[in-house]
Design a protein around this ligand. Structure first.
Ligand code: BES
Ligand code: MN
Ligand code: MN
Length: 458
């Protein structure tokens, strides 16, 4: 090991001298529209896997495409010495669709505006992936004695449907001592945070058909059932749309409330309601109290209506009674909830209130409870402090990353988070971006993290 290459100054200099290479690699990846939700982009998803393999190979690493029943996994690595510890970095290379009208430029043309990188996937999650990659290059150059592995998914944004099968099939090649995920958001710039928990997600659709085709509301209205109204009534009984409170019996039964220590850490995280509103350009909230808000987003489950399909949606009014309707719903889940229990209760509730309504389940993601102490957590704390000169707080995330719980279960190791995205980077939003401040600090943070964990014996 060459410790002189691992000082803050040397690592920062490494980042600066690799800036052009970093930007070129990120540009290449952002310009491949690897939209997992859209079958029309299947070829781009494959092209993205190939570009990722090329990235590893061009920088002296090895890589392979691991097939699954869906999109492939990318496994890249530097070093494969059984005597050394192994760390695996998880990121995803697939992106959200980008058809929002507010994009000011083509979402799949990378723009670099003085160190602000714009394009779909720039922050979620290609930028953090390339950042960790350059952190690994820095650690390699300094001779850090560690096997550095990367696992990049191409189905994260559709709920990781093939991930578990993929891990089962390729487990032997993916053995690792610990995993670090870089796919989460800080509270605000200058205030690193690392989640010790993620919410899970369970989507379902309610459908109802009460006639063969749409009917004249003057001829049958009053006597005919209206599937749209019945679904609205049902949803209104399931949860209070104003407060968000779910009224399905026992819905909250397994919820473990945040501990006193967690609440104290959330309180110290630098979160403010005003900043939250500004970051998300949000007009109204269900609460103005910071701790109540955080508990709602990180510590409690939700029920959310995403879409209502049915009836007439053209200009003016058309006086028809629709024949069928659908409501698209999902629940965010927290530890120790599980999707089976949730769906059992939803189904029982629907059966009791409107037995004609059909419940269609989507693929679910388990909630995740992480760690706030121990050597790997300390290494995260140290890496942020070292690179960004600020302490990190252990928080939670309201979002979901399906792969996390699956990696913990299938690979039998702990999962930690070294996220780099900021609220204003705009996850899933038009004009999504990432920036050099986070990237350069991130390269230093990852290199430092790799150095620390290389000292952990198995
Ligand atoms: N990187 C996010 C997860 C995330 C969201 C972390 C918010 C921190 C804060 C991930 O790419 C994501 O968007 N997950 C989706 C999964 C879904 C589409 C199956 C989510 O949480 O909605
Ligand atoms: Mn992501
Ligand atoms: Mn995402």
């Amino acid at each position: 090991m060459k410790p002189e290459l691992l000082t803050k100054e040397a690592l920062s200099a490494f980042a600066v001298s690799h800036r052009a290479a970093f930007e070129a690699e990120l540009k290449t990846l952002v310009e491949i529209p690897s939209v997992s939700a859209d079958p029309a982009h299947a070829k781009d998803v494959r092209r993205c896997a190939e570009a990722a393999v090329s990235l590893f190979e061009r920088h002296g690493g090895k890589a392979e495409i691991l097939e699954t029943e869906g999109n492939p996994l990318i496994h890249g690595w530097f070093g494969d010495d059984a005597a050394l510890p192994t760390i695996t970095v998880y990121n995803h290379m697939d992106v959200q669709p980008a058809n929002e009208p507010e994009w000011t430029a083509d979402p799949f043309v990378f723009t670099n505006d003085n160190g602000t990188y714009r394009g779909r996937g720039s922050t979620d999650d290609k930028g953090p992936a390339v950042t960790a990659f350059f952190g690994a290059l820095a650690a390699r150059e300094a001779g850090v004695p560690l096997n550095l592995h990367f696992l990049w998914e191409l189905e994260e944004e559709i709920g990781s449907p093939s991930f578990e099968g993929g891990l089962r099939a390729h487990k032997a090649r993916l053995t690792t001592d610990a995993i670090v995920v870089s796919d989460t958001v800080w509270i605000t710039r200058g205030k690193p945070s690392t989640p010790a928990g993620l919410r899970g997600l369970k989507g379902f659709r309610l459908t109802l058909e009460t006639a063969d085709h749409d009917l004249h509301s003057g001829v049958v209205g009053g006597a005919a059932r209206n599937p749209l109204s019945e679904l609205i009534t049902l949803v209104g009984a399931m949860f209070d749309g104003n407060t968000g409170e779910v009224k399905i019996p026992d819905f909250y039964q397994e919820v473990v409330p945040p501990s006193e220590a967690e609440l104290a850490s959330w309180k110290a995280s630098g979160f403010t309601v005003a900043q939250f509103k500004q970051d998300h350009m949000i007009k109204g909230l269900r609460t103005e109290d910071a701790m109540e808000l955080l508990t709602r987003v990180w510590g409690k489950p939700t029920m959310e209506v995403h879409g209502v399909v049915g009836g007439y949606t053209g200009p003016g009014i058309k006086s028809a009674v629709p024949a069928r309707a659908e409501v698209k719903i999902s629940c965010r889940l927290v530890p120790d909830m599980n999707e089976t229990m949730v769906m059992e209760r939803v189904r029982a509730f629907v059966r009791q209130h409107n037995p004609d309504v059909e419940v269609h389940e989507e693929h679910g993601l388990a909630p995740f409870k992480g760690h706030v102490s121990g050597p790997y957590a300390e290494a995260i704390r140290d890496a942020y402090q070292f690179a960004f000169g600020a302490p990190c707080s252990f928080t939670r995330e309201g979002g979901s990353i399906g792969a996390v719980k699956t990696m913990e279960d299938q690979l039998g190791c702990e999962v930690y988070f070294l996220g780099l995205s900021l609220p204003e980077h705009g996850y899933h939003a038009p004009n999504e971006n990432y920036d050099w401040e986070q990237a350069s600090g991130g390269i230093v943070a990852f290199a430092r993290y790799f150095q620390t964990v290389s000292g952990f014996r198995k």
